[in-house]
Design a protein around this ligand. Sequence first.
Ligand code: 13P
Length: 287
Amino acid sequence: MLVSAQEMLQKAKAGHYAVGQFNINNLEWTKAALSAAEELRSPIILGVSEGAGKYMTGYKTVAAMVKAMIGELNITVPVALHLDHGSYEGCKKCIEAGFSSIMFDGSHLPIEENVEKTTELVAICREKGMSLEAEVGSIGGEEDGVVGMGECADPQECKRIADLGVSMLAAGIGNIHGVYPENWPGLRFDVLADIQKLTGELPLVLHGGTGIPDDMIKQAISLGVSKINVNTECQIVFAQATREYIEAGKDQQGKGFDPRKLLLPGTEAIKEKVKEKMEIFGSVGKA
Ligand code: 13P
């Protein structure tokens, strides 16, 4: 079922576990993530970045593929189709394309503008029964070889955005996208605790799930995180499994070059990774 992420995240917050957002890039990714969720009876959020949306030829294609696949694979667990780090224009396009959830990333905007645009999108999402994620304090990451350490959100600004009626809030707490550098100082649990105190029952979102040690994930969940985003880790295992297949010369044996064979080890590796994360996040059996 394609649903908004609101109810699954409220349940996760109340039940002290987190639902994973797994970013998708193509049909194989989607199939792997949905089958993992169904097998483990876990709710799931499929994340689509603006770049991935463009790669998959547009949000309408993505929405049509996901909806059809839920039917064809008989997926019965709750699935949210969510725009990841959306611009204002991207949000509007996904609302029109039939996504069930969007993230408006206004973290780089002056807070007044973030508040204004988030307010407008909250009203639209409410009318359409969609969930909306907002962001305060930008999440760092590697861009052109420069690694940003990740900002920390101002808890008062988090409260301001939370009070607008968003469904979930991403707040920077020293987390970054991609692989963490050796000298990463870890998550700022003091900041997370302050945000949680001011935002109460609102589900909090942890971006940059790749490479965060399990004990930090568990502590973050205990401090109110109910959605955790994972992208890079699935890309890494997909590439690794595909490389092993080719390096073993399997593409040159029989019809090993058939894409249905060539992409299979990578697809299975994603499925295993998604399942592993669902176990750690505690969402298994919660559908
Ligand atoms: P990673 O690529 O670090 O797992 O981050 C994913 C993410 O936060 C997507 O918004």
